[in-house]
Design a protein around this ligand. Sequence first.
Ligand SMILES: [Zn+2]
Length: 307
Amino acid sequence: MTLWIAGARGRDTALGIEGGRIVAESPQPPPGSEVLEASGLFLVPAFIDAHVHLQLVPGAPRALLRSGVAAVLDLGAPESALPFAEAAPLRVRFAGPLLTAPGGYPTQGWGKDGYGLEVASEKEATLAVERLFRSGSRFLKLAFAPRNPTLAPPVARAAADQAHRRGMLVAAHALDRDSVQRALAAGADVFAHAPLEPIPLPGKWVISTLRAFGGTVRGLGARVVYGTDLGNQGTEPAIDARELALLEREGVDFLRAATLDAAELLGAPDLGRLSIGSAASLLAVRGLDPESLAHPVWVMNCGTLLR
Ligand SMILES: [Zn+2]
C-alpha cells in the first residue's frame, strides 16, 4: 500500500512512499489512496550531521532521529563502539579513534578512553588503518594539533596512503595554519572543522562546526558540509539552528550543506534528496530558515513517522 504525501508548498507533485522509499511522484494521489497532508508545509530531506561523537552522548541515535537527522559521520569513537550497530535505524559512517602520535591529541584530554589511537611508525600506522577498515571504518581521522606531539610526516602519509588504497576518505583534525599544511601534506581529503583563518582548500571537504570551534568557511574554495561536533560542550543531539545560521552568515547554502552535499560526502546517494528511489526520510517544516528547519512539524525516517 502506497502512502502519499500531498499538498506541500513549493512542490507540484505528491510523493508516493512504500517500503521506506519514495517510489512514485504524481500531480495528485490516485483516488482512494492513503494521504498524509502537508498543506502549508515545505518538505525537505532529513538532515545529515557530518561531525558527531555518538559515544559521548547517551541516547544520541534516537534523539537525532526524532529531531530530523537521518545519518551521521562519527569522527571519533573508541574501537569498542564500532560498528555502531545499535544506533540503527540511524545511519552511521565512522572513523573510529583518531590516529595520533604517542601522547598526542586527544589522548591526554577528552579522548583518553580510546578516542585516540597512538602510532609511532609507518608500519604501526598501516596496520592500524587496516584494522579500522576491517571494523567497518570508511573514513580515517588524523590528529594534527599544536602544543602536542604530532604524527611525523612519513607516518601520517603512510596512514593516509593505506586508507586511500582501501577507498577510505582521510579526515583531519587541523585548525591552525601549520596543522592544515601538515594535513594537506599527508593527503587529507576532509577537514573535520573549519580552519581558523581562510586557507585555500580547493577540492577538499570542510565540515563546518562553526559554533563549537569558530573559524571560517569563506574563501576556502572547498565544499562545505554541516557538522556540529555533537558531544562537544553545549551541543545537543538535534538539528542545530545556530550552526545553520552561522553557515548562512558565511554565505553557504546551509540546507544543501546539510542534505545533498553531506550525502555525497557520506557516500549515501539515497539520502539528501527527495526523488524516486530515495529513502523516505524527510521533514515537514513551516519555513526554510534555520529556526524552522530545526523545529520540524513532523519527521519521517524510512517511511516511519517519528513525530
Ligand atoms: Zn569532534
